[in-house]
Write a protein that binds this ligand. Sequence first.
Ligand code: NAD
Ligand code: TYD
Length: 337
Amino acid sequence: MRLLVTGAAGFIGSTYVRVVLEERPDDEIVVLDKLTYAGRRENLAEVEDRITFVEGAIEDPQVVREAMEGCDAVVNFAAESHVDRSIAGQDVFAITHVIGTGVLLDAARELGVARYLQVSTDEVYGSITEGSFTEESPLRPSSPYSATKAAGDLLVCAHVHTYGLEAVICRGSNNYGPRQYPEKLIPLMILNALHGDHLPVYGDGRQVRNWLYVEDFARAIDLVLREGRPGEVYNVGGPDEKENIEVVRRIVELVGADESLIEHVRDRPGHDFRYSLRSDKVQALGWRARVRFDEGLERTVQWYRDNAWWWEPIRSGEYREYYERQYGRKLGERQAG
Ligand code: NAD
Ligand code: TYD
């Protein structure tokens, strides 16, 4: 099988490529990635000689056609993935999630690609105080990130309905693990704790996220690509849900930092309180999460400890400016007093 994997220089896509090549070494993989601030060739270093890498955007029809030619399947990870950045400005989110997804879908249809998988998120359902969303739940996204992801999902459904494209959608809960860009909660807190920086918890920190180890999501995506029913949506939730403050306290403990680093800062506008998914459908295909949160978090902390080469260039680059804009203070700046 020849796969086009878009956005695979990022966190989840690069993990997915490693999982596929481990399980089916004869598969061929073409990666298409725009290499935004979050996309890094280093994420694919271990498999560099086993893939074809194309630098380009999914919203560029010519590049997409060339990369997709001869492929049997497409897995679309390409995205702007951070909610806070979408609150600061939505344009690039709409371009990638809506226009880009549309370009991929058109090309897949025109080239007769047998299978298309859209990687999506639990955030398209919005927040839920109690219980869990199923695949039938209505879409009520609340941030520009999730609203544009939902629009991308609806476009996939339209191509299934109108053109009979054999597409599936996989909606995952919050992922964590090695190689996640440190704008996200877990790697941000790990790196700040390792550096003795403040740990900025939004609001009271009682919001709840459902944590899914990245390799577990990658395996679910691969299963759905192969065994999912065309036109269907599959939710993939993690095995453990936690309040943010609990996660931050556990990171402090694992790193051996001081709890006084925890600082409650201004809440995220429109902050979703809780996400939760039922995963019965993907479980019926035979998927189970293998990594519980305690174990996954330990592994993740250890990975960031052992791989300063990976995050040092990030902490000294564009991320510094982002951090200052987002948190109103310089990265590494000590608290007054
Ligand atoms: P990431 O930000 O780490 O990586 C995104 C990748 O997409 C980067 O390599 C980037 O260069 C590339 N990219 C961005 N815009 C592009 C474009 N227009 N054309 C081509 N490439 C482009 O993101 P991630 O956390 O790995 O997320 C991957 C996918 O999984 C996204 O679709 C996201 O919505 C979804 N998802 C993420 C999570 C999570 O917790 N991170 C949970 C559920 C679903
Ligand atoms: P994040 O990793 O941005 O993922 P998402 O918003 O997609 O769920 O955030 C996870 C949770 O952590 C969310 O409730 C917001 C919160 N959070 C903080 O409290 N402080 C931070 O600095 C960040 C980045 C997130």
